[in-house]
Design a protein around this ligand. Structure first.
Ligand code: SF4
Length: 969
């Protein structure tokens, strides 16, 4: 403090400042951690970091209280009582790792599929997926299957990239921005700052969201859509654009498959496939030649007259029609007209028409031009980069419906029609995207690819291009425990973690021996049918008394609800105590202007007997002798743990976890030998690496050799051929043809109708499956269930909290210690309820009681609440009467994990039939006021969990900083 300034505006908070990467949500902002006398004293945003540029949110600041949480585990635990009782004893790491290694060794020697290895919000999936592959089990995935795989897969199968991690709006240049559904939790600081920029630029921001909160609160226009109808709304916009002739035909011809000829041969095995030449190249109709020619050759000729319409005769006499003709016929139909969409979506026909007009106006009347000459993949020279400044963004809101995959495709269809994919002002790819459609990575685990003591020879997750890529036995039986890549969910690109427990307990398709999980709170907010899930975790064989899932190993840093259900607990560190890697191979932090990756470094040493999960995984792998984790002499290959692996492991020659400072002397980028000093270079640079693209590389990346050749050189993709955007998906048509009885690999009879219906090669909309089944009296009580459950119920995460991790955080609890049921005024009036009243929410699956908060900004058929605030009493070392468990409630109790039986006795997962994405937001409920004599606390209630051994005594008041009082600055 100086004499002239009596107030210290920026007091020194620590003696030392270390950079690392935040992990309080999924955004991965750069942070600076101030340390003094061995304590974390303050966290600030790193101004140099490409993700947040110094911005830090409430969650990020509260990382201190996460690190010092009294809920931290402190030692390995071995179950001593019944599973779920919370009775454990502390054991040493050597014993814990010995037990785990013994279980895993015996499974691997017998049948590696008896290991189900699933991780939650794991940011080390390059490692965990590789480890599963080396173990030899296909039963691996992270949490994407119950998060946002529809968004990722819908994009990857349409434009070779997607929203959020794989792409972003051109925040600087866009003039019209539409955001669909909730997105606050997956791109928090970057979108906040970008929205500020966008509004300062005078661009229009339209939010399509049943709830006006979060980003929607600052939107110029809010469209309070009915949940699950976004696809219908988007296709009505498409109808209007087609009607007005407002589509970018030159863009469609140059960069999409709009002119590709689709064979019209109903009933035959080639119906709906692309007509191709002898080399397999798709054909287009060239009026100048009066013949079908390869699209690629036509693109290289100035005199070609490629057509988008008509019916054409191929040399062999078959008939074929351009994709554009098919889509124009489909969406011009009156069933897609705004008037037809208005009632279901809750958005008036006039509004839909006006939004379509505004989109067209922004795209075609406000064109952006950059004075950047470039040459496309076909050799055409362009004097400028010209763009249509309309940008879309979507995340979990549309993903978490059973129609989410097709809805995401509809969004990308709209982008393509407007010519706004990777153009100035539009949507922009982030490296390593775009990738070929679909990426040439198939899931391993077919018959013959899984054998005792043998790695699989491929990754467990990938992108099927047709039925022959599925992981099914000859009779169609799923090969994976979660049934991903089976006829139940053929394009389950992120696995289906939400189905593992029920399938394993039923032995459908087979029983397992060990469930190994990391950071996945399956006994609470990461599961549908929460009470039923707890029953599954503890289910026993009535004849033998043995648990149906014989072993459960679980790793977590905190005493979450799930810990009590483990047999063996491996305590993890906090994010400030370990090495980590945000890899381009995994969950990139690139921006559209350049690739980037980053690390976490341990900024403070653990004061408990805990170990980073990634170190433990490498140690376990060496103990059980996984190939790639032992030297030729049989010693652990990475004795330095995860840091050693990050630097020295190569997934293929020259390609490792980190792209920066490769090569022996650190001068190579992307591809290069390991560099022993690589992590030092990252730390010197603030724990991140970034490379800036040249101006001529920044747009049209899908057809821009300046970018594609760069992408190949950096090891992001295998070849620099143009990536043709797919309005029409031949991959989906192949599945549909199989369902119609064509090809060597066909679905069993029970799945045929479902596959044929949902695998539409053009983006389609159908009501969420739950709605459809209710409408046919599939769900529960009453003759017409839809009438019994007229209200949609959805959740969001508060901006200040990221799922259950954050909701025990002492500072963040003060913002959200309990949750209310946000109810539209009109519905409250109908029910005669007011603010603070207790109501029952009733679904066909269960009942939950919560307290009402009336809200104006919500769709009139929808109620909503914050997710994961409600907690099981005693969990997370909170008091049994903490507000989280007395006034906080969890909607998950109401959501079934399985759809009703539809004949034949089989019950599908409550999920998207294409990707297996968990359909959290399909939930339908009714509300009933609670009785005046009912106790005023949330229900259902469960036995309080005891404090686990090694978990700190719960303080009555949790304070931070008190202990530093009196210290000199
Ligand atoms: S947005 Fe997420 S990653 Fe960034 S500071 Fe906040 S919590 Fe941390």
């Amino acid at each position: 403090m100086s004499d002239s300034h009596p107030i210290a505006y920026s007091p020194r908070t620590g003696e030392e400042v270390k950079t690392t990467t935040c992990y309080m949500c999924a955004c991965r902002c750069g942070i600076k951690v101030h340390l003094k006398n061995g304590h974390v004293r303050y966290i600030e945003g790193n101004r140099d970091h490409p993700v947040n540029k110094g911005v830090l949110c409430a969650k990020g600041s509260a990382g201190i209280m996460q690190h010092y949480s009294p809920a931290r585990l402190s030692k390995p635990l071995l179950r001593t009582g019944e599973r779920g009782s919370g009775e454990f004893k502390e054991i040493e790491w050597e014993e814990a790792l010995g037990i785990a290694a013994q279980w895993l060794t015996s499974i691997r020697a017998d049948d590696p599929r008896k290991l189900a290895f699933f991780t939650g919000r794991d940011q080390s999936q390059a490692l965990t997926g590789w480890w599963a592959s080396q173990f030899g089990t296909p039963n691996y995935a992270a949490h994407g299957g119950f998060c946002s795989v529809n968004m990722a897969a819908g994009g990857i199968y349409s434009i070779g990239g997607s929203f959020w991690e794989f792409g972003e709006p051109d925040w600087e240049l866009t003039r019209y921005f539409m955001m669909f559904g909730i997105a606050e939790d997956h791109d928090s600081n970057p979108i906040k700052t970008a929205l500020g920029k966008l509004k300062a630029n005078g661009a229009k921001f339209v939010s399509v969201n049943p709830v006006r909160t979060g980003y929607s609160a600052i939107a110029d226009e809010w469209l309070g859509i009915t949940p699950g109808t976004d696809g219908l709304f988007v296709l009505a916009l498409v109808h209007e654009l087609l009607r007005a002739g407002k589509v970018d035909a030159p863009y469609l011809v140059r960069y999409t498959n709009a002119p590709w000829l689709v064979i019209q041969n109903p009933g035959a095995a080639d119906d709906g496939l692309f007509a191709r030449d002898e080399e397999g190249k798709p054909l287009v109709w060239d009026n100048a030649a009066g013949a079908a020619v390869s699209g690629e050759s036509a693109a290289r000729r100035d005199d070609a007259e490629v057509v988008l319409s008509g019916e054409h005769t191929l040399p062999d006499g078959r008939t074929a029609t351009p994709v554009f003709q098919l889509l124009a016929s489909r969406y011009s139909d009156v069933s897609y007209a705004p008037a037809a969409a208005a009632e279901a979506t809750g958005i008036s026909a006039q509004t839909i028409q006006r939004i379509a007009f505004e989109l067209a106006d922004a795209a075609f009347s406000q064109t952006v031009e950059l004075d950047v000459p470039w040459t496309d993949c076909y050799g055409r020279k362009h004097a400028k980069m010209v763009g249509r400044p309309v940008a879309l963004h979507a995340m979990r809101g549309i993903s978490a419906h059973s129609n989410g995959f097709q809805t995401c495709r509809a969004l990308h269809l709209l982008q393509m029609l407007l010519g706004t994919v990777d153009v100035p002002g539009g949507f922009r790819y982030k490296a390593p995207f775009p990738k070929p459609i679909p990426p040439p990575q198939l899931p391993a685990g077919k018959p013959g690819e899984v054998a005792p003591n043998t790695p699989m020879g491929g990754p467990p997750l990938g992108f099927p291009a047709g039925p022959s890529d599925l992981l099914v036995d000859a009779d169609g039986t799923p090969r994976r425990i979660d049934k991903a890549y089976s006829w139940e969910a053929p394009i389950a690109a992120h696995g289906m973690m939400h189905t593992v427990l029920a399938n394993a307990v039923r032995g459908d398709p087979y029983p397992i021996d060990t469930l190994f999980m990391y950071m996945a709170n399956m006994a609470w907010n990461s599961a549908m049918n929460t009470a039923g899930t707890m029953d599954l975790l503890t289910a026993k064989d009535p004849d033998t008394g043995a648990y149906r899932i014989p072993h459960i190993i679980y790793s977590d840093a905190f005493s979450s609800e799930m810990v009590g259900f483990a047999d063996l607990v491996l305590p993890d560190t906090t994010y400030l105590e370990r090495w980590d890697c945000i890899s381009i191979m995994d969950r990139p932090i690139s921006s559209a202007d350049g690739p980037a990756d980053s690390i976490r470094q341990p900024v403070i040493a653990p004061d408990r007997d805990v170990r980073p999960f990634q170190d433990v995984l490498l140690d376990l792998g060496a103990r059980i002798g996984l190939p790639g984790l032992l030297t030729e002499a049989g010693e652990p290959k990475y004795p330095g743990g995860y840091a050693d692996y990050l630097v020295n492991h190569q997934y293929r020659p020259g390609v490792g976890s980190l792209a920066g400072w490769r090569g022996v002397d650190g001068t190579e980028t992307g591809v290069g030998e390991p560099n022993a000093n690589q992590l030092d270079r990252y730390i010197e640079n603030g724990c991140f690496w970034r490379e800036e693209l040249q101006p001529q590389q920044r747009y049209f990346k899908h057809c821009n050799p300046a970018y594609l050749e760069y992408s190949v050189a950096r090891g992001f993709i295998g070849g620099s051929n143009p990536i043709v955007l797919q309005l029409y998906s031949e991959q989906l048509q192949r599945f549909r043809l199989a369902a119609q009885g064509h090809g060597d690999v066909q679905p069993p009879e029970q799945h045929r109708t479902r596959i044929e219906r949902y695998f539409d090669p053009l983006p389609s909309w159908y009501p969420p499956l739950g709605d459809e089944l209710l409408a046919v009296d599939g769900g529960g009580e009453g003759a017409n269930d839809a009438e019994h459950y007229p209200v949609h119920a959805i959740t969001q995460r508060p901006m200040a909290m990221y799922h259950s991790w954050g909701s025990h955080n002492a500072w963040l609890r003060q913002l959200h210690g309990a949750n209310r049921l946000y109810t539209p005024q009109v519905l409250a009036d109908e029910l005669g309820i007011i603010d603070g009243d207790w109501v029952w929410l009733i679904s066909p699956h269960g009942r939950v009681k919560g307290q009402v908060k009336i809200m104006q900004g919500v769709n009139r058929h929808t109620v909503w609440t914050w997710n994961a605030i409600g907690k099981r009493a005693g969990a997370w070392n909170l008091a049994a009467d903490a507000p989280e468990s007395t006034r906080g409630f969890l909607l998950n109790h109401l959501i079934p994990d399985l759809l009703p039986e539809q004949g034949g006795g089989y019950r599908y997962a409550n999920a998207d039939p294409i990707t297996g994405q968990a359909a959290w937001y399909d939930l339908r409920v009714r509300l009933e006021p609670a009785g005046a004599d009912e106790p005023e606390h949330t229900e259902p209630r469960f036995e309080p969990l005891p404090r686990l051994p090694g978990v700190a005594e719960r303080p009555t008041t949790l304070q931070f900083g008190e202990q530093f009082r009196g210290e000199t600055q």
